[in-house]
Design a protein around this ligand. Structure first.
Ligand code: NAG
Ligand code: NAG
Ligand code: NAG
Ligand code: NAG
Ligand code: CU
Length: 592
């Protein structure tokens, strides 16, 4: 144990020193101690088993200033399972082993163990963290990371105060039932969420008692004497709507992030226009919206002025996009002070554009362009390489079967998380790691994607290996589900990088025709990009961050069913791995 602490301390000192010398501004250390536990929660009034950090869902908010070092000492108090936390949008330059992705960057933190994450937040913006082992994010393991500008820098827009909101979806079945259901024959899909949550609050109608298991006005005490009863109690303060107090006339910066398991969301601030100013931590040319699409894994900053009739309150609302919704609108209350928080807005729940209006969604996705001249002093401010990439991957997304199980596959390979974290496997050369195909087998531009006779795919746990500094283009090509007429929307997220979005298109990607349409003038930098049904999305990044970085669909269920790949870069320049990140699979001491 002493030895482990020594290693942590060593890394810690190096990091703070590096941050100081690079920026010549005093960087602080933000220290957190967290305990991960199971908890009975009633976020939408219906009680269920979930995972909480320090008893909270969302977990504690991480607040830091650009250049600070965040230290999170995490104790796993889950009695029977491991845990990891991923810091979504933080690139972990020099610390790939603290990225918090099971099977990629570290071994799961075992039950009863304490592990300390130490990393620099090098770019101001709105980020979040979440569980990245199995489907732990959908169990409630998530929270906000807010990185502010240091005192010597100013935002390129004005606001008086700021508010952060995590948006998500919620099921009454536990994560375990959901996961086992997906891995069953026939599959038991999780279905649409029962509720949508804003800052971990929703409101299920307790009278909708499909299976007579929970009852209106049934408290925990009453249920304890009735074995088939699940508490659902609408006046339970735990499921009171989240309240956003505002002062009339002031301008607010709203930090939004979608941490949903499944749902693409559309956010509305009733009666208020929003000006979008930041996407995934990058300043963008401001534009106004009345409703904002936000895909799982994405974050935005929007400004609004509390300039409406102050005698009433208003709804903040989220609706499902991209899937035929059966889930009611998720609602929070914008409280115009000094009105009471209990003053319900007099209007019905705000309505979003039709769930399948993909033309509207694509048009909004295309509106994001970077705000020029900002952040140029930083590593992330560098311009997009204009020359053709050294390596181009075309990743075809299909739904397949393996031994009768329904899976998602990328170029016919369905990802299975390996027991040995790939970072350690490369670092110590522990095993032969397979390379999945760069392009889909039998990819013919004249045919529709994945019109394959053989619906069977294969399992894989390999990685794409890139040379350090190589420019990489990835075309994510949507195919179809087992039903050939059906294609889902998939938000794709890359760890360790922010990538340039070069373009979106419908149908099949034709490199000769479509690469000419790439935006190489001012493509936006992001870490999560939607891939629309039967469409493609093209991204570019530079493989300049030695590590192993998951690139995957941010839908929890899809990644659990194999929809992801691993990118390994600079594998001969990997840093020393802290011993506490090891200990599983082939990294057991007997193998080293
Ligand atoms: C809740 O569901 C019941 C039964 O379907 C319905 O009568 C009632 O109007 C619903 N309440 C609300 C607030 O939607
Ligand atoms: C639930 O309890 C509240 C408070 O005791 C009561 O006002 C309400 O009528 C009850 N609703 C039902 C459907 O029993
Ligand atoms: C797919 O795999 C199943 C066994 O899991 C097998 O019965 C079937 O023949 C395979 N299909 C093809 C086209 O190979
Ligand atoms: C996909 O993988 C399966 C199982 O290994 C194989 O039978 C099939 O031919 C592959 N399909 C293509 C297009 O390579
Ligand atoms: Cu997906």
């Amino acid at each position: 144990m002493e030895m482990e602490l020594g290693v942590f301390f060593f890394n810690f000192v190096i990091l703070v020193f590096a941050a100081l010398s690079a920026r010549e501004v005093e960087a602080a250390v933000r220290y957190y101690e967290w305990s991960v536990d199971y908890a009975f929660v009633s976020l939408d009034c219906v009680e269920k088993l979930a995972m909480a950090i320090n008893g909270q869902i969302p977990g504690p908010r991480v607040d830091a200033v650009e250049g600070d070092t965040v230290v999170v000492k995490l104790t796993n108090n889950l009695p029977t399972e491991g845990v990891v936390i991923h810091w979504h949008g933080i690139r972990q330059f020099g610390t790939p082993y603290y990225d918090g992705a099971a099977s990629a960057s570290q071994c799961p933190i075992n039950s009863g163990e304490t592990f300390t994450y130490t990393f620099v937040v090098d770019q101001a913006g709105t980020y979040f963290y979440h569980g990245h082992f199995g489907m732990q994010r959908s169990a409630g393991l998530y929270g906000s990371i807010i990185v502010s500008l240091p005192a010597n820098k100013v935002e390129p827009f004005h606001y008086d105060e700021e508010i952060s909101l995590l948006l998500s979806d919620w099921w009454h079945k536990s994560m375990y039932e959901q996961e086992l259901g997906l891995h069953s024959i026939p599959p038991r899909y999780v279905g649409e969420p029962q509720s949508l949550l804003i800052e971990g609050r929703g409101k299920y109608n307790c009278s909708l008692d499909e299976c007579s298991s929970f009852h209106y006005n049934c408290t925990v005490d009453e249920c304890s004497t009735s074995p088939d009863c699940i508490p659902c109690w609408p006046s339970n303060p735990e499921c009171d709507p989240h309240v956003i107090p505002v002062h009339p006339g002031k301008t607010y910066r709203l930090r939004l992030a979608n941490v949903a398991s499944l749902s693409a969301l559309n956010f509305i601030l009733e009666g208020h226009t929003m000006t979008v100013v930041m996407a995934d931590g990058h300043y963008i040319e401001p534009f106004e919206v009345s409703n904002l699409d936000i895909y799982s894994g994405q974050s935005y900053c929007v400004l609004f002025n509390a300039n409406r009739n102050p005698s009433r309150n208003y709804w903040a609302a989220i609706n499902v996009r991209g899937r035929d919704p059966t889930t009611p609108t998720g609602l929070a209350i914008v409280q115009y002070l000094p009105n009471s928080a209990n003053l319900l807005p007099p209007s019905p729940a705000p309505v979003s554009p039709a769930w399948n209006d993909f033309a509207a969604s694509t048009a909004q996705a295309r509106k994001y362009v970077p705000r020029p001249g900002l952040h140029t002093e930083h590593r992330y401010g560098k311009v997009v390489p204009k020359r053709a990439a050294g390596r181009t991957l075309i990743l075809l997304l299909t739904q397949n079967k393996i031994d009768g199980y329904i899976k998602w596959a990328v170029n016919n390979v369905s990802f299975v998380p390996p027991a040995t974290p790939l970072l350690a496997a490369f670092k110590f050369n522990l095993k032969k790691i397979s390379s999945p195909p760069d392009t889909p087998p039998n990819f013919d531009v004249s045919a529709l994607p994945a019109a394959t006779a053989n619906i069977n795919a294969s399992y894989g746990s390999g990685a794409y290996v890139f040379k350090l500094g190589e420019t990489v283009d990835v075309i994510i090509q949507n195919g179809h589900n087992l039903n050939p007429d059906d294609s889902d929307l998939h938000p794709w997220h890359l760890h360790g990088h922010h990538f340039w979005v070069l373009g979106y298109g419908n149908g099949k990607f034709d490199s000769r025709r479509h690469s000419k349409s790439f935006n190489l003038i001012n493509p936006p930098l992001r870490n999560t990009v939607p891939v629309f049904p039967f469409g493609w999305s093209a991204i570019r990044f530079v493989a300049d961050n030695p590590g192993v970085w998951p690139f995957h669909c941010h839908i929890e269920e899809h990644f659990a069913m194999g929809m992801g790949v691993m990118f390994a870069e600079g594998v001969h320049q990997l840093p020393k791995l802290p011993p506490p990140t090891l200990g599983c699979g082939l990294t057991k001491p007997t193998h080293l």
